[in-house]
Ligand binder design. Structure first.
Ligand SMILES: [Ca+2]
Ligand SMILES: [Ca+2]
Length: 567
């Protein structure tokens, strides 16, 4: 489906910017977890009908000055790859590490000024370890790459290639639980069957001999051949490790060390608050020790935890590691709400107070915004590109401090939502390359193909008005304004549907102003800040800024659905 969009580029400025439990048990707590259910094939479930997109033409525009520069610190734009759904190198329909290697020019060609790749600066790989499931959150062996994904040599090659291009690689490390096929678990079961209480494996997993005395709210499953029960809150085939065991600490430490020694740059930690179910103090204490030890291996270690909960809970973990921000994510998060012609001031004031708080907990704590991930509905379903909301949402979270995470396919408007399905497979559909890639949708997906209506990558690369081109340009603008990712953040008070912040870094201040409304807005900059700005350094949006935008040092006219950066 080729979108019918008028092309009007501010060519000179653009060029200067770019050349320059078996029973499907889940934890009973209200927050969901990132761990996967058992997929089934209930054909009766259906995806919701996509939001109709408005007819008519839109103008997609972007411009900027300054030269994008390669990021060397951790204030990066990351890209989450659900490995099995991204790119297939060997024709079996399953995404693999070689497929990612083959797509590196798409992700980052190593030249921030080439304008020829998306320009992401970090990759989160969902679990790559051997596992019987398509999602691989039930790990059989942490020391082997799943054979459907490739080999350890492929992983090393990918990491080395990324490093030559300034891209960091973080691995998804699920350690709250293992898969039940893991030999760690087999040894635990054997020890219990044999009553071998002196064997360290006996204490390796969380178990109760009298389940009626086990803490309420948790799920336990009988260990076959014994009268004991093992904790398995997520699924019967995902037994939970016992973090009171020093042996377990050593086991999970050794896994992380193995990959850090290989050159991996850090980790995304799955289900981080479930280490001790329902006990954030004890769970956080584990992460304090673990991260401290891992930083002795690599002091630049990048870590981000999935603590799928409110800020009052993530605050417990922030002294030790970054946490994804779920308050601003999702269908009704502050990013989407602002992008839908909402009050951007609510978002910018939230970001300021959030950053103030987390950096008081740890000086180098980072805001980690995202819109969607492999456990949520995709943003294209509720932020359609053709009414400008996908673009505004991208502006709000990419032109933002910290390390934003793009979910693969978001940059082409790939759709996918769970609807009433018993599986998350429809949130993880195959990337649409349009160039013969043999990648297929994951096991259990039941989507209606009509709902997956993103233009293929091959078409979007050739289309200067595509969402892909928009994301690429947005990342370049961020890279050309290092203040945005790293600076001291000060929210300004602006009229509703607009919002702005100052960001000061190394003595330089920029002002980022968002207008999410469908009308042009005039702002008297001298009335909202004492900082004097002399010029528009970049702007990106769908508004007609060639004729509408103006700035004389005092009065800024900002087109509809556009963001402007002042210097
Ligand atoms: Ca494959
Ligand atoms: Ca646990």
């Amino acid at each position: 489906m080729k979108k019918c969009i008028a092309i009007i580029l501010a060519a000179v400025l653009l060029l200067s910017a770019l050349c320059a439990c078996a029973s499907d048990t889940v934890p009973t707590q209200s927050a969901q977890t990132g761990t996967e259910e058992t997929a089934t094939n209930d054909e009766t479930a259906a995806l919701p009908t996509p939001t109709p997109e408005p007819a008519g033409e839109l103008t997609v525009k972007y411009a900027g000055d300054g030269t994008p520069v390669r990021t060397t610190d951790n204030y990066r734009v990351f890209y989450e790859i659900f490995v099995g759904s991204f790119s297939d190198s060997n024709g079996d329909g399953i995404g693999d590490l070689r497929g990612i290697i083959n797509r590196m020019d798409y992700l980052n060609d190593g030249d921030p000024t080439s304008g020829k790749s998306l320009g992401i600066e970090g990759i989160w790989l969902t679990p790559i370890f051997s596992s019987p499931s398509y999602h691989k959150y039930d790990v059989t062996n942490y020391y082997s790459v799943d054979s459907s994904f490739g080999t350890t040599e492929d992983l090393k090659e990918l990491v080395d290639l990324c490093h030559t291009r300034g891209v960091k690689v973080i691995l998804d490390l699920p350690i709250n639980h293992t898969g039940s096929l893991n030999k760690w678990y087999g040894e635990f079961v054997r020890a219990h069957r044999e009553g071998d209480v002196d064997n360290p494996a006996y204490e390796r997993y969380s178990y109760y001999s009298a389940p009626d005395k086990a803490p309420a709210g948790r799920t336990f499953s009988q260990i076959t051949g014994t009268s004991d029960y093992v904790e398995c809150n997520f699924a019967g085939n995902m037994p939970e490790l016992n973090f009171d065991s020093e042996e377990v600490y050593t086991l999970v430490y050794d896994v992380a060390k193995y990959y850090l020694d290989m050159g991996v740059d850090g980790f995304r930690f799955d289900a981080a608050k479930y280490v001790y179910f329902g006990d954030n103090a004890k769970s956080a204490a584990f992460w304090e020790r673990y991260i401290s030890d891992l930083k002795k291996i690599n002091e630049d270690l990048y870590t981000v935890a999935e603590v799928w909960d409110g800020d009052g809970i993530t605050d417990r973990y922030f002294p030790y590691l970054n946490c994804f921000n779920f308050t601003t994510a999702g269908t009704s998060g502050l990013i989407a709400e602002s992008a839908k012609e909402g009050n951007v001031n609510v978002f910018t004031k939230y970001v300021q107070s959030y950053i103030t708080k987390i950096t008081s907990l740890r000086e180098d704590a980072m805001y980690v915004p995202f819109i969607a991930n492999h456990d949520t509905d995709r943003a294209a379903g509720y932020l359609p590109g053709l009414n400008g909301r996908a673009q505004m949402a991208a502006n709000l979270y990419i032109l933002c401090p910290g390390s934003p995470f793009i979910y693969y396919g978001e940059e082409i408007g790939l759709r996918g939502s769970r609807g009433g399905a018993p599986t998350d497979a429809d949130r993880r559909l195959a990337m649409i390359w349009g160039d013969g890639d043999t990648i297929k949708d994951p096991e259990g997906s039941i989507y209606n193909k009509a709902n997956k209506n993103a233009d293929p990558v091959a078409e979007q690369i050739a289309d200067e008005t595509s969402l892909y081109t928009y994301y690429k340009t947005l990342i370049a603008i961020r890279q050309a304004h290092p203040e945005i990712a790293r600076g001291k953040y000060t929210a300004l008070s602006l009229p509703k549907k607009t919002g702005a912040f100052l960001s000061t870094y190394n003595g330089s201040t920029v002002c980022v102003i968002h207008n999410t409304s469908t009308d042009a807005v005039t702002i008297d900059m001298k009335s909202v800040t004492d900082v004097a700005f002399t010029k528009i350094s970049a702007e990106i949006g769908i508004g007609d800024f060639e004729t509408v935008t103006s700035f004389d040092g005092t009065t800024l006219v900002i087109p509809p659905q556009t963001s402007v950066i002042l210097r």
